[in-house]
Design a protein around this ligand. Structure first.
Ligand code: MCF
Ligand code: FE
Length: 404
């Protein structure tokens, strides 16, 4: 048994003061240090630095580790030029991205307090790293391919990757999962088969959806900048699906949709009624010229995620939260800060179906300790100060073991 004490603890009921948490691999009890010390006389006591706040480990629901080599190769500014640059540089970027580089990014995430992440994997290249890293990883095996001619081959490869992620050592904390790349890039037959795999195995399911205006235009009217792209690379002038058809394919299984920046209120309402959720990637959306997701109008639950270094400059979740604060400049800042913290903890865990994300008895003992530069003058501003003052966290625990 261990007991950790901090000035403040972020719980589902808000920040509590002068309390401590007793834990093994899971959280056993929350109470005052005196009470817990008396009850668990053998426990190791962990004191955190002055002005610390104990958070549940943070969760980054959507990241592409395979693109970690990108610094300036991919074009930012518009989705169309980004897509072209992915085709041009993808092989080089994949080639330059080795295990050491991906492990470095997992460590970077860890130093920002991320104890769980959702890895979107196109080729399965990052499985070894995800097995080695102490973090929990929801391993989203991505299915991509719009040409029916290659469907069997692509599906076979997808099945192999799913199997590989299912046969990881349980100690590696990997949850096998399924990702559909996007409506414009996945043939409806493949899509349905992949949804069925997720459903049959009760795996988390995710898909990029309505990220850019260009995507919307293509799906709605076979027009816009995607037209030249698909003609050039895929020799086709019609989309494989429509927005409606794609959405309906997920009707019977809750899915975590990335982006949805260009979804209409009616489409968002439909997604909400079907029990879906959104991975909101503010910096990625800004960098690829996709616009802003109006989170102030969202009824459905959402997480906040970094996306990959293919459309970002860091995988630090606090950088992402600070960007979200700047991007959503009309939402009252204290309210937004609280909402963002919930999005990367309790809400993210629930969306991914994991028993973490909350400091609550019975949850995994995954923690991130952040340390403020001084005592907060107004405690009602703790959420905002936590976001603004944290570049790196001071301690990280996963299933009760300390890693930072
Ligand atoms: O989320 C961003 C932007 N939207 C779509 N895809 C990707 C992102 N970052 C990486 N990707 C990958 C995707 O997983 O790009 C590949 C897919 O494998 C090629 S298609 C753009
Ligand atoms: Fe993505």
């Amino acid at each position: 048994m261990k007991i950790i004490h901090a000035d403040f603890i972020y719980t589902p009921d808000g920040f509590i003061k002068n309390s401590a948490v007793a834990f093994t691999g899971t959280i056993e009890e929350i109470g005052t240090l005196e009470v817990l010390e008396t009850k668990y006389t053998e426990a190791e006591i962990i004191y955190t630095p002055a002005h610390s706040v104990l958070f549940p480990g943070l969760i980054n629901t959507h990241v592409h580790l395979e693109f970690s080599a990108n610094k300036t190769s991919l074009a930012y500014g518009s989705f169309n030029s980004w897509l072209d640059s992915v085709i041009e540089h993808r092989d080089d970027l994949m080639g330059a991205c080795d295990n050491a580089m991906m492990m470095h990014e997992c460590e970077e995430m860890m130093r920002s307090g991320i104890t769980t992440f959702g890895a979107i994997s196109s080729f399965g290249n990052e499985l070894e790293v995800c097995e080695k890293t102490p973090q929990r990883v929801v391993f989203f095996n991505e299915l991509i391919g719009s040409n029916a001619m290659y469907a069997d081959m692509l599906y076979g490869d997808f099945e192999d990757r799913v199997r590989a992620s299912q046969s990881c050592d349980p100690g590696s904390r990997i949850t096998p999962a399924v990702a559909i790349h996007a409506p414009y890039s996945v043939h409806p037959i493949l899509l349905q088969k992949a949804v069925n795999v997720a459903k049959k195995n009760q795996m988390p399911l995710s898909a990029h959806f309505l990220e850019s205006q260009e995507e919307r235009e293509w799906l709605e009217s076979n027009e816009g900048t995607f037209k030249a792209f698909f003609r050039k690379y895929f020799n086709t002038s019609t989309s494989v699906t429509t927005i409606e058809e794609f959405m309906h394919a997920f009707d019977t299984y809750p899915t975590h949709f990335a982006h949805c920046v260009q979804a209409t209120p009616e489409e968002l309402d439909y997604l909400h009624r079907k029990g879906h959720s959104i991975a909101h990637c503010p910096r990625s959306n800004r960098y690829l010229g996709c616009g802003r997701l109006a989170i102030e109008d969202l009824a459905l639950p959402f997480s906040v995620a970094t996306d990959g270094l293919s459309s970002n400059d860091s995988l630090n979740i606090f950088d992402e939260l600070r960007a979200a604060i700047m991007l959503h400049n009309d939402i009252p800042i204290q309210e937004l800060s609280l909402q963002l913290l919930r999005a990367v903890t309790a809400d993210a865990a629930e969306l991914l179906g994991l028993n973490c994300g909350k400091i609550e008895v019975g949850r995994f003992a995954d923690f991130a300790v952040i340390t403020l530069p001084e005592a907060p003058v107004r405690e009602e501003e703790l959420a905002l100060w936590s976001i603004l003052h944290t570049k790196k966290v001071s301690q990280v625990y996963i299933e009760g073991e300390q890693y930072v």
